[in-house]
Design a protein around this ligand. Sequence first.
Ligand SMILES: C[S@@+](CC[C@H](N)C(=O)[O-])C[C@H]1O[C@@H](n2cnc3c(N)ncnc32)[C@H](O)[C@@H]1O
Length: 243
Amino acid sequence: MPLLRDTALADAFDRGSGRYDRLVSLNPGYHAQLRRSARRLGLPDGGAGRRVLDLGCGTGASTAALAAAFPAAEIVGVDASAGMLERARAKRWPSRVRFVHAPAEELRRAGVHGPFDAVLAAYLFRNLTDPDTVLRTVRGLLVPGGRLAVHEYALGGRRADRLMWDAVCRGVILPLGTATGDRTLYRHLWRSVAEFDTVPAFGARLGRAGFEDVRVLPLPGWQTGITHTFVGRRAAGETDGAR
Ligand SMILES: C[S@@+](CC[C@H](N)C(=O)[O-])C[C@H]1O[C@@H](n2cnc3c(N)ncnc32)[C@H](O)[C@@H]1O
């Protein structure tokens, strides 16, 4: 069976949205890891005067991480799932945070325009039909020198990494998905990670999309070696682009 993509994926997230926050709360370190990736965007002065995009913001867990890391930044959260966004919007946010319902592939049509000083995409890229095009769009939305942080599951490329991921999915993720009625979504999680880029492949993909100074940073806890922050920068001298 093909992986869930586009509308089918948004529908699956719509259906799972009511249980999403409870499920991630069972994942030790989920929120702390998002905050760590957000901080890696490195905006100065608490983000005062800066704009940050949270691409694939879901129920707002990554948005909250950005809001904590940069208490003075303007933040725009974008997601393709109306159900996930409804959960995000139902939370209390400062007026500097807003949400837009749009696929990452149609930001401009949805009125999401750059420039942004930084972009966070947490658990998004392995879900996209055409990650390269979205990466290039994101690069064009950034100010010259602006940073992208991709917080993502990516396996190391060794057979042992794949075996570890399979074991975690069989032992924890799929049983949880079955118990909560979200088996389709959690089967998608298993396969989308297994079939997406390894760590070096995603780093190379960022480079091909024109990001500079690409770094892969580890995250602590049980997800060490499975979840990473990829950080890349739009070239300081690059001034054109899709805004
Ligand atoms: C696993 S959730 C992560 C949510 C949030 N970033 C977090 O860290 O908890 C992935 C999110 O990406 C969204 N998504 C998937 N494909 C998308 C696309 N093409 N455009 C925008 N959002 C998308 C889903 O609707 C879902 O809310």
